[in-house]
Design a binder for this molecule. Structure first.
Ligand code: LCS
Length: 399
């Protein structure tokens, strides 16, 4: 029924990574297995499947062919032994944290995180006795100094949402391993995707994704992924997904992500090409105070990004030389660029992190995280770069 291809190139694997065939019908596209449960031949078979003595599907919370297909595909693209697909990026993040940590454990995390990940660590996990020390993960001494005897996990994004800080993955892993080899290093690879950056090859233990973004790429699905070794994925599935979070991806959503994944490389190439052109243009504008983009030589993370990323990604943040009100008016007036949160879609999206995606941060925390209150974030889409620039130019003139 399935054919796995591991050793081929990225483009081949994103298309054929885990082909599902249905003998007798043989459709090219994987059919949608829209079923909650699977029929057993007899009691012995049902018991054997529950006991793990026989492969086969049981119930769609535990496994479904479409969901397994995308989970395996993302794992293959990340170079992981195993993968798990979930109903949202937050489903992936919470499943990792709640499956791998327990009361009394401690996390060291970068302070610049997607807003809901931050509030999960800051506000929700302490209720279960799991506390987090927030650091600047680009400062490796600060990471190491924050490690305590009860630290079980170091967690970060790179590039970070929304201010695009770039953490040196290999160096961070090396320093953490020297301090305590049992600490799990977890990275959120959403902004980079496995096409631009493969953290497991740099020593990271667990990769999480919001599959809502580039992996699906078409703005029509919420989803999440975890990629790691088999032991960790089994734990995340058998404890986290199955019994704690229950954040199961639907078959139709998995079908759409599988379709999106087939063009991941060419979409990322175009996203990044557009972003580079727009970031360079923004940098020349007198009304723009600062541009945050890992592809700009003037940006702090440039050298590390060049070392560990194939291309610098397609999220750009910037600040205007203008009042908060004028910046708001500028965003409201844009015509082609759409005012919406999320990222990684064909459409160019713009948002204001301090009042939207990162509204869970206090004023002080925003400042400490280096997320300016006037920061504007653009997810550069797949339109013609000149049209995106024309929209920015027209409305910047009015600021
Ligand atoms: N990790 C990162 C880096 C994210 O950017 C997001 C969502 C998540 C995890 C959570 O994924 P979800 O549950 O939404 O699939 N980021 C969003 C953003 O920046 N705007 O809207 C959502």
């Amino acid at each position: 029924m399935t054919k796995e291809t591991k050793k081929q190139g990225f483009a081949t694997r994103q298309i054929h990574g885990y082909d599902v065939r249905v003998p007798g019908i043989n459709p090219l596209a994987t059919p949608i297995f829209q079923t909650s449960t699977f029929v057993f031949d007899d009691c012995a078979q049902g018991a054997a499947r529950f006991a793990g003595k026989e492969d086969g599907f049981i119930y769609s919370r535990i496994g479904n062919p479409n969901v397994e297909q995308v989970a395996k595909k993302v794992a293959i693209l990340e170079g992981a032994e195993a993968g798990l697909a979930l109903s949202s990026g937050m489903g992936a993040v919470s499943t990792v944290l709640l499956s791998l940590l327990e009361q009394g454990d401690h996390i060291v995390a970068d302070l610049a995180l997607y807003g809901a990940t931050f509030t999960l660590m800051q506000d929700a996990l302490p209720r279960y006795g799991i506390n987090t020390t927030f650091v600047d993960a680009t400062d490796l001494d600060m990471v190491i100094d924050a490690i305590k005897p009860e630290t079980r996990m170091v967690y970060f994004e790179t590039p970070t949402n929304p201010n695009l800080k770039v953490v040196d993955i290999a160096e961070l892993v090396k320093r953490v391993r020297e301090k305590d080899p049992l600490i799990l290093v977890v990275i959120d690879n959403t902004f980079a995707t496995p096409y631009l950056q493969q953290p497991l090859s740099l020593g990271v233990d667990v990769v999480v994704h919001s599959g809502t973004k580039y992996l699906n790429g078409h703005g029509d699905v919420i989803s999440g992924f975890i990629a790691s070794n088999k032991t960790i994925i089994d734990r995340c599935r058998d404890i986290g997904l199955k019994m704690v979070t229950g954040s199961v991806l639907g078959a139709f959503e998995a079908f759409l992500i599988n379709r999106g994944l087939k063009t991941l490389d060419i979409r990322m190439e175009k996203h990044c090409k557009n972003a580079m052109k727009i970031a360079e243009w923004l940098e020349t504008q007198p009304k723009v105070r600062k541009v945050y983009y890992p592809g700009l030589k003037s940006f702090e993370g440039y050298e590390v990004a060049k070392k560990q990323m194939k291309l610098p990604g397609a999220i750009i943040s910037f600040e205007l030389e203008a009042s908060k009100e004028a910046a708001e008016q500028f965003v409201n007036s844009l015509e082609l660029i759409t005012l919406a949160v999320s990222l990684g879609d064909a459409e160019t999206l713009i948002e204001h992190p301090a009042s939207m995606t990162h509204a869970g941060y206090s004023k002080e925390m925003l400042e400490e995280a280096g997320i300016s209150e006037t920061l504007i974030r653009i997810s550069v889409g797949l339109e013609d770069a000149d049209d995106i620039i024309a929209d920015l130019e027209k409305h910047l003139a009015a600021v």
